[in-house]
Design a protein around this ligand. Structure first.
Ligand code: ADP
Length: 381
């Protein structure tokens, strides 16, 4: 998956060398094992042969001197040949035991992995209602410091919560907690007064529409990509979701419309089209909670406003959470949290935050200016 990046940063040669070293190690170990293995069979055959020859020579001598009867010698040789295979079998048994042990160790290491979330059966209830976030602290399993501290917010059903702040300030981390990727935090996140960790994951997750930063297209038609949650959804419903995501006109311009193959083997869509397709995919399930994680970054300002207005009109009574770098996406939000170093540094509506000054006001002014410049360049050439 990283091959494009590797090539563009010129790391391909180093990576190939790493891979070559690993392959050489593997070849060396396999050769050693094969050498020992190929010695085993001839050695056993020679040893067995020698024991028979020895028995016959020495036994023959004893028969000659009268110390042993010929019957006893033949009995001895018969017993000897009967013992060869069981002893070989014992050897194979220990060999298998060793291999099995090595494999078993790998399996137990895998089985001992702890899931990052509590894997328990919970309430089979659709999470619907007010969202209450009361996080004291959350630390990633391997991290040394907390990624989130003292994050508190209440989002009434039907409202939009904005999450903004510099890169690495904790926006995506909060979203990961909402998506139950980690359960080990101090504090609680509740929907309809119920801790989200008490919901059954199989009922909880399908009720949440999530559009990630790096959306993924499956190698199938546009139609199947949009109705991925349920292939039985009608074409009319798919088209409605595509219209809401301002994608319908783009799809109609594709060679086979909704049947156009995309992804690995088909047409590759532009960044903005992929984002809108991912939004349509999330909207089609009409989720009670919709999470957009910087999901409008590649669409132009006008389309962004069109989609946001649609969300506002179509999702009455349903909650939307928007994490974004472009502040114009949260202007309508009932409340926006401004994160910095995992803490909420400021909060409020758009106008509250502009009045307070600080990071939000500075960033908004800068983004407005840059957009104006873009427009002027487009208008005047
Ligand atoms: P944002 O979405 O605001 O850009 P993130 O929530 O992704 O920020 O990151 C917040 C902090 O958590 C950063 O310091 C980041 O390095 C850290 N972080 C993110 N993901 C992980 C992870 N899987 N393990 C450890 N630390 C992480």
């Amino acid at each position: 998956m990283g091959i494009k990046v590797l090539k563009t940063v010129g790391e391909a040669a180093e990576d190939t060398a790493d891979f070559q070293t690993k392959i050489n190690d593997s070849i060396r170990a396999t050769r050693h094992a094969e050498r020992l293995d190929s010695l085993f069979n001839p050695a056993i055959t020679i040893l067995t042969g020698i024991s028979f020859v020895g028995t016959i020579i020495y036994g023959g001598y004893l028969v000659q001197t009268g110390a042993l009867s010929i019957g006893s010698l033949i009995t001895f040789v018969t017993y000897l040949s009967a013992l060869v295979w069981p002893f070989l079998g014992l050897g194979f048994f220990f060999n298998n035991l060793q291999r099995g042990n090595a494999a078993y160790e790998r399996i137990t290491t895998l089985l001992a992995e702890q899931p990052a979330t509590l894997d328990k059966k919970g309430l089979k209830q659709v999470p619907r209602g007010d969202l209450q976030i009361d996080l004291t602290t959350f630390q990633y399993p391997d991290a040394t410091e907390a990624a989130l501290q003292n994050v508190h917010a209440t989002v009434q059903a039907g409202n939009t919560l904005g999450l903004v702040g510099p890169v690495g300030s904790g926006k995506s981390t909060l979203i990961q907690l909402l998506l139950r990727e980690f359960d080990q935090y101090v504090g609680s996140i509740k929907i309809n007064q119920i801790d989200i960790r008490d919901y059954d994951k199989d009922t909880y997750l399908p009720a949440i529409g999530y559009v990630p930063q790096d959306n993924f297209l499956f190698s199938t038609s546009v139609l199947e990509n949009i109705r991925f949650a349920d292939p039985n959804i009608s074409l009319a419903r798919v088209q409605e979701a595509a219209r809401w995501a301002a994608l319908h006109d783009d799809i109609m311009n594709l060679p086979d419309g909704y049947d156009t193959q995309v992804g690995e083997q088909g047409i590759s869509l532009s960044g903005g089209q992929r984002q809108r397709l991912a939004i349509a995919r999330a909207l089609i399930i009409n989720p009670d909670i919709l999470i957009l994680d910087d999901a409008l970054s590649a669409v132009d300002a006008k389309t962004e406003q069109q989609i946001l207005t649609m969300l506002h009109n179509q999702r009455r009574g349903k909650t939307t959470i928007i994490a974004t770098h472009r502040l114009s996406a949260v202007v309508q939000a009932a409340e926006t949290l401004v994160f910095e170093h995992g803490r909420v540094e400021a909060r409020g509506t758009h106008s509250d935050l502009i009045q307070q000054g600080g990071w939000y006001a500075r960033m908004f002014a800068a983004q407005q200016l840059s957009e104006k410049l873009d427009q002027e360049v487009t208008t005047h050439g």
